[in-house]
Design a protein around this ligand. Sequence first.
Ligand SMILES: [Zn+2]
Length: 389
Amino acid sequence: MANLRFPQTNISLPNGVQGVLAHAPHLTHAHVSITIAAGYLDEPPTLPGLAHLLEHVLTTAPLTASSNTSLLTWFAQHQGSLNAHTDDYVTDVHFSIPADTLEAAALTVASQLATPTMASPTIRTEVAAIDAEWQARQHSSAMQRLSAIATLSDSQHIGAGCRHGNAQTLGHNTGLLYEALTTFHRDHYHGGRVSIALISPWTAKAMTHLIQRMAMLFNPRPPNAPALAITPRWGSLPRVKVVGTANAVELLWPLPSSVSRHQFNALSDVADSLNQGCLVAQLADSIIDYHATAAPTGATDAFSLALTGTATQERLEVLAAFLSERLAALLATAPIDHRTVWQPLLAPCNWRRRGLSMRASMHWHDGLRHMHRLNHISPTGPADRLPTG
Ligand SMILES: [Zn+2]
């Protein structure tokens, strides 16, 4: 299938916010992802679920401008949809909205993320909501995968434990949670950690102006805020790690803590080419599907090959050796740009899952700078018709 590559423009704002935009004239909706470099691995060790709780509170708390509307209800009232996800090193809030409502939507979301009101009733309600999610998800394959990934972490690392959060880990002391949420928000939801990606039928000039206005709502990095440095979590296990769940096997290659933008793009290209079928000849018939990802959910600091079905140990080893060689060669190349540091890799939202055949991935470089990469929009019909629910 042919891919259409939409030209993208990257911008850097004075308070540290990074933006990327793509002009897609055929869309009727705009799609926006605001990503904050703060995930569950950034939480205080004693409060598992705090980053997740903040994500919930931001999307459900009353808006400053309207005390009986939250972000979620605002989008429902304006024929849009909004969702959010807390991952290991990143939290993203993404939304789709009819293009003529983009300006109001973008400023409403940015304003809420930058300067939220956090009321005690909302905190209490959302602790209960997270607890309900935890009860419902405990035995899901996604949670099994996350806990398998946790077992690969160094036992001293925060990532060795379950960070979903529930009523027990978060507790019922709303005053304490309010303080913790406020501190976590101040330290992480500032311009130095925010990236905005926008694709719409608007002109590039108009989108640039909008991103600038959104960015200005965020405070600059406060003094003494934690740096973007990351403590690698992967324990001293063999280079390829294997996560096995019921009918799936996932091979994970931990990435070094410093990867250039060029290298990350090359990793994404490897994943793309693998996904176009070039592994089929090497797989046993018992493998019915596979998917390679440069920065999968839950392990955005790894390269992943997820296999559906079963394979013999021997077959897995051959596959692992083949890919290890390819990835090692890629990572051994000298970066050709000057922006030599990123961590983590981010996949802020899976646009494909939202009915838009576009992958968005993101990383940061220079230790401070973010970049979104929006590409591969396949002309498979009305590209922005979104599923409901
Ligand atoms: Zn949740």
